[in-house]
Design a protein around this ligand. Sequence first.
Ligand code: MN
Ligand code: MN
Length: 465
Amino acid sequence: MSTKKSSLTYEPVSAWDSYATTTRRRQVNALAQRYIEFLSACKTERETIAYVQKRLAEAGFGEDFRKASVMRSLHGKCLFAVRKGRSTLASGVRLIAAHADSPRLDFKQRPLVEQACVVQGKTHYYGGIRKYQWLARPLALHGVVILENGKSVPVCIGEKPGDPVFTIADLLPHLAQKQSGQKVSEAFEGEKLNVVLGHSPALASAAKKEADGKDPLKAHVLQLLNEQYGIREEDLITAEIQAVPAGPARFVGLDRSLIGGYGQDDRICVFAALEALTSARAGSNSQTMAVIFWDKEEIGSDGATGASSRFLQYCMEDMVRAWAPAIPVSQVFLRTRALSADVTAALDPDFPEVHEKQNAAQLGYGPCFAKFTGSRGKYGSSEAEAEFFAELRGLFNKKNIPWQVAELGKVDTGGGGTVALFLAAYGMDVIDLGPALLSMHSPFELASAADVCATVDAYRAFLEG
Ligand code: MN
Ligand code: MN
């Protein structure tokens, strides 16, 4: 919402002020608690899509377009879900697009090495990470191992109480004199992001038999993996194992006003869009409501499950064929309104110099519109139409939903992209709208509990139209 209508000037309004009653604060806290449970359980795109499928199935979604609530997934890594509206598809769809992948460390195809009395898993990082943030902290392993016969073996170690965790050892300060003088970009190397997996040989007989005395520590790790998962070293070649921060998301602050946890870019928007889709009320002339959760956004949106693939188009074609075969699919696309649901950077209390304050997102001031993304002269941005932006501003003001506008940093400082341009390619109206984070892309990102609530409210209002 904006300031009082009597005022000529504009100032954004804190979402906390919108949720000022005891009842509303309790609702904010309860929603945040559920969000924390979601974040703690969903640390990979596969886990996130499986969670979404379960929630949607409970809400009556099936795979058949002869029904009015439909979901489609591809490779278990991206998902399209839609609720048929009362008004014709000729007026388009109300679509929210978020991404389920987050930066992390992927195991290499041949990960296991034994050196200096430890076994390590070699990794190749995925997405934009600040490498030093991943050192000297507990990590968990999540993923799948696909056997020759096609069987998928799920792996999750380091989350349950009593599970061991893993870690990447950092250089001690006593020997870091040379490193301390290096540039950050040079001081931390991808090839040194090796996850400690074990340190002891198997009992003499077993180790000797398995490894013939060579790499006895690695032989022991393989023996344990074989006992628990029935896998051999060659099976790791066809695995997708991700090292992610271990442990649950948490409330942060004495007032429990913040949520700290891994993967909030962009699972906060997946969570909010899912909440909105399952709780939106379909009015008498409601439009068709849809969400799409993509993969691969953090590495450029390429790939079958990324936003540049044809998956959304195929889903929309199947939907139009089933529900309104006389209407051209192109017309449905052209009349569709979409939110590119992704996070932005909150004004950082310790690094205000990278932001231009008046146009920076403020934590706790509701979801942020980004009219454009990209960098250095709006390169790589689709930029939303002012007409569409005004329509949404009016909608949120009418419903007293807090919102703000944001640019990602100062003009020449950097920037970033989202999936908006892949939606804009269909000619639809699309604008970025998502909550602001502190410590974005870190193992412990921070979001405001009020923003989680405001984002759900905003997405629901958008879907309801
Ligand atoms: Mn994102
Ligand atoms: Mn990101």
